[in-house]
Design a binder for this molecule. Structure first.
Ligand SMILES: *Cc1c(COP(=O)(O)O)cnc(C)c1O
Length: 409
């Protein structure tokens, strides 16, 4: 007997991946291969015209004057900190609840990361924490636009400016996000982006970029990414080797014109989750993510809170039904083993620690279907309310809504 005949209807057993890049790549495959072939034929593999075109496109998209391509989002952060001369004896304020690279860029330069706590709704650095932590040794503040929503950039910007401190946006998850109509990457002294495949604009490997509107920063970033070399084999400063591959830039130039459509699809998916969860009365047991006033959230991740120690149980329950989910992030950076010497203790940043215990990211990628979302929500409802049946849940009204740009498979 076919396994599918015993396992029930296929719509209950088909997996829902956390991220399915193939759905996005399939319709662009021809264009991407042609772009790669062009780079091959040009023989120009490091920097060059494809990279320059991407830099111009990203700068324009972010509302910044300049953009400087580099090898990764991690290097973008490193280069931005190097460009404002962060080094031993300096402190850099950043949230503890972020991806590791935000902090390692600081420690690599011999400076000290000073971790602030997050706002429980946005998961972003609290401006009050910047106020509390800023001091004479502070050289920069690095707010992170976590999960695709901008941090409170006006207040943070004012605090930094008052102290004569640079603001470097970690916008790795937030290309296209807006704060009161202005785009991430155009809100601070510099904005750092990643083109890692799981970001909203992902390449076919690693890549990164720094945006800025300050010509001196742009010049320094350009110098630093090529060993601080100018002219050739003369080095006024010590830089690093961090170039953006022409292959990556070519792929990204093909994908960038679709980014706004993908953002709209992610936003529609987030709205649909909110409706489905509310209809299933799951908003009473879960913390649902929110788009704050004045923000445009681009939903790199859709992160719910599962309180009362039930998060890991729910994750396993979803995995049993082959529904992908992930924990971003299970431990605050102030509690990481490698930062033990910084002297933080459990309880120091309570909102970060609570988030680390409660968060769960659900599938939100642009091509996710309403049917798949319904399967995710039903499974979560089964976990909390028992199998109360599909009648309680978001019904066919969600499935009738036409969706733009869905692959015709
Ligand atoms: C992905 C990410 C980075 C690092 O980007 P890479 O390209 O992977 O080096 C930095 N910060 C945040 C918040 C990220 O999500």
């Amino acid at each position: 007997m076919e396994p599918s005949q015993t396992a029930g209807p296929p719509e209950k057993t088909a997996p829902v991946p956390l991220l399915d890049l193939s759905r996005q790549l399939r319709p662009l495959r021809g264009d991407i291969l042609a772009a790669i072939a062009r780079v091959c034929d040009s023989g120009q593999f490091c920097l060059g015209p494809e990279v320059q075109r991407l830099e111009e496109n990203i700068a324009r998209y972010c509302g910044a004057e300049y953009a400087v391509g580099c090898a990764s989002g991690s290097d973008a952060l490193l280069l931005a900190l190097m460009a404002c001369d962060v080094g031993p004896g300096d402190e850099v304020i950043l949230p503890s609840f972020t991806f590791f690279a935000t902090a390692s860029a600081v420690t690599r330069l011999g400076a000290r990361p000073v971790f602030g706590d997050i706002d429980p709704v946005s998961f972003n650095l609290q401006p009050a924490e910047v106020e509390r932590l800023i001091g004479p040794a502070t050289k920069a503040v690095v707010p992170v636009h976590l999960f695709g929503q901008c941090a409170q950039m006006d207040t943070i910007g004012r605090l930094a400016e008052g102290a004569g401190v640079a603001v470097i946006e970690d916008a790795a998850q937030a290309l296209g996000a807006e704060f009161h109509g202005r785009r991430a990457g155009g809100l601070g002294g510099a904005g750092c982006f990643s083109f890692y495949p799981s970001k909203n604009l992902g390449g076919a490997g690693d890549g990164g970029m720094v945006t800025t509107s300050d010509p001196e920063w742009a010049d320094r970033l350009t110098l630093l990414r090529t060993h601080g070399m100018r002219p050739r084999y003369f080095h006024p400063v010590v830089g690093i080797n961090s170039r953006l591959d022409a292959f990556q830039a070519a792929v990204l130039n093909v994908k960038l014109p679709h980014l706004e459509r993908w953002a709209a699809m992610r936003r529609a998916n987030a709205r649909r989750y909110a409706e489905m969860f509310t209809d299933g009365r799951l908003d009473r047991v879960l913390g649902l993510p929110a788009e704050l006033p004045g923000r445009r959230h681009v939903w790199n991740q859709y992160v719910i809170r599962v309180p009362d120690g039930r998060r890991d149980g729910l994750k396993a329950f979803l995995a049993e039904a082959r529904i992908g989910s992930e924990i971003y992030y299970p431990l605050g950076l102030h509690q990481q083993e490698c930062f033990r010497h910084l002297g933080y203790a459990t309880g120091d940043l309570p909102e970060t620690e609570r988030a680390a215990a409660e968060v769960l990211a659900l599938p939100i990628f642009a091509e996710l279907t309403a049917e798949e979302q319904q399967r995710v929500v039903r499974r979560i409802e089964a976990f909390f309310h028992g199998s109360s049946g599909p009648h309680r849940l978001a019904g066919p009204n969600f499935l009738r809504r036409p969706r733009a740009g869905r692959p015709s498979t």
